[in-house]
Design a binder for this molecule. Structure first.
Ligand SMILES: C[S@@+](CC[C@H](N)C(=O)[O-])C[C@H]1O[C@@H](n2cnc3c(N)ncnc32)[C@H](O)[C@@H]1O
Ligand code: SF4
Length: 402
């Protein structure tokens, strides 16, 4: 089962927000995240809020999910008003592409009807390579989707097997080709490095195979062992061994070098794009403290310093929506200091950097040592990680947030 929700303060049944949070709505962009909590099988490393048909239990059906999500979009309209069109929409999961394309297009249509979409709106869906074909991708493109993020993970069969990924690696170039034919001009591939048993050559193969499809964007995250997952149990039993920090650093450097050679440059520690127009604007909105409403079970939202999260199980979500009440489980109003800490944590990971003004006195005092050690540069009041600093980003953040 996916990990538990954080505690928090009670959330009002009508979904209402503090007036102060609403007063700055959309100043840094307005996004929608739509969670689709279904997967065919659960990958042993994943603790996202997603359910296979067996895990889902009785009384919940994929068929009625889009209608429920649309109800929540209507609630969002009542709470937020219609002052400003939506800049970005992101369908994630789970596996959004397990639903019919018409459901995804229908949910997007509800956001368009209730709020309006900006002329240059970015609309992404995550997609598993074995859950789409050309007709499906055409239906998404015609329905207003502009960006695809395919869960490739690796090109190497034994690595995919350890990750429990079900797709044939040969399908990835095929789905990218179909996506181009369907008219998508923003295609991202998600990769994972540091899977037990993955050699540096395996990782090189995955990177080169990904690049052979000419993607516009690559995300490469190291495999995290999440408590409670099958992967964590296998590691604990000693069946498989996680790589050490040096191996991960070598793989990160290799990624940066190979991607760089093909013209993809980093804009966030784990994300590379061919140019600024190919950056994921929805994720930038998260990282830069924008406002977004998360639709669906377990989805998190943030508006003007108020953060809330929905009830986790799809059955509980369906009950709340069916009763006409907000699906929010709890919320917290962030204090100014919490917002500052979060800002440092997220913006320091961006190539655009972090303003020195975001550091407190102790952080300012720690900065010269980070510069001396070659971990960051400071120019025009902006702190940017160096290549070495990117490898040690978490440690740099710890030092600047004493
Ligand atoms: C939760 S998935 C949803 C999209 C789709 N189902 C997929 O698997 O591609 C989004 C991304 O998170 C990654 N992910 C999930 N659990 C992870 C973990 N423990 N460590 C690193 N990446 C993880 C997945 O591999 C995937 O690329
Ligand atoms: S397909 Fe994606 S969301 Fe589903 S279990 Fe695997 S990684 Fe998690």
């Amino acid at each position: 089962m996916p990990s538990a929700l954080p505690p928090g303060d009670p959330a009002p049944a009508d979904g209402s927000l503090p007036a102060e949070s609403l007063s700055t709505l959309g100043e840094k962009g307005l996004g929608f995240y739509v969670h689709v909590p279904f997967c065919t099988v659960r990958c042993g490393y994943c603790d996202f809020n997603t359910y296979t048909a067996i895990e889902l239990g009785p009384g919940v059906s994929r068929q009625t999910y889009a209608e429920q999500a649309i109800e929540e979009v209507r609630l969002a309209r009542r709470v937020l008003g219609r002052d400003r069109p939506v800049d970005t929409v992101f369908f994630g999961g789970g596996t959004p592409t397990l639903l019919p394309a018409s459901d995804l297009v229908g949910m997007l249509g509800a956001i368009r009807d209730e709020f309006g979409l900006a002329d240059d709106v970015e609309v992404t869906t995550e997609a598993n390579p074995d859950s789409v074909d050309l007709d499906y991708l055409r239906a998404l493109r015609e329905g207003g989707f502009t960006r695809l993020s395919f869960g490739m993970q690796s090109a190497v069969p034994h690595v995919l097997k350890t990750l429990d990924r079900t797709h044939d690696p040969e399908r990835v170039p095929l789905v990218v080709e179909w996506a181009r034919q369907a008219g998508f001009e923003q295609i991202s591939l998600d990769l994972i490095y540091g899977t037990p048993g993955e050699s540096i050559d395996d990782w090189r193969t995955s990177l080169e195979t990904a690049l052979a499809s000419d993607p516009d964007h690559i995300s490469a995250y190291s495999l995290i062992v999440e408590d409670g997952t099958a992967l964590a149990r296998r590691v604990r039993r000693g069946e498989i061994e996680m790589p050490d920090e040096d191996d991960l650093a070598d793989k990160y450097e290799l990624a940066d070098a190979i991607l760089g050679k093909q013209g993809l440059t980093w804009y966030e520690v784990s994300n590379w794009a061919t140019d600024a127009t190919q950056r994921c604007r929805h994720n930038m909105l998260y990282w830069q403290g924008g406002d977004w409403w998360g639709v669906g079970p377990g989805a998190h939202s943030h508006v003007g310093g108020t953060r809330w999260w929905n009830v986790k199980h799809p059955a509980a979500y369906a009950d709340r929506i069916g009763a006409g009440t907000s699906p929010a489980h709890a919320r917290e109003v962030l204090a100014a200091e919490d917002r500052r800490v979060e800002r440092v944590l997220l913006e320091l990971r961006l190539a655009n950097g972090l303003s020195t003004a975001a550091l407190d006195e102790e952080g300012q005092a720690a900065l010269p040592e980070q510069v001396r050690r070659g971990l960051v540069t400071v120019a025009d009041g902006t702190i940017v990680l160096t290549d070495t600093g990117r490898l040690l980003a978490d440690a740099v953040v710890r030092d600047l947030l004493p």
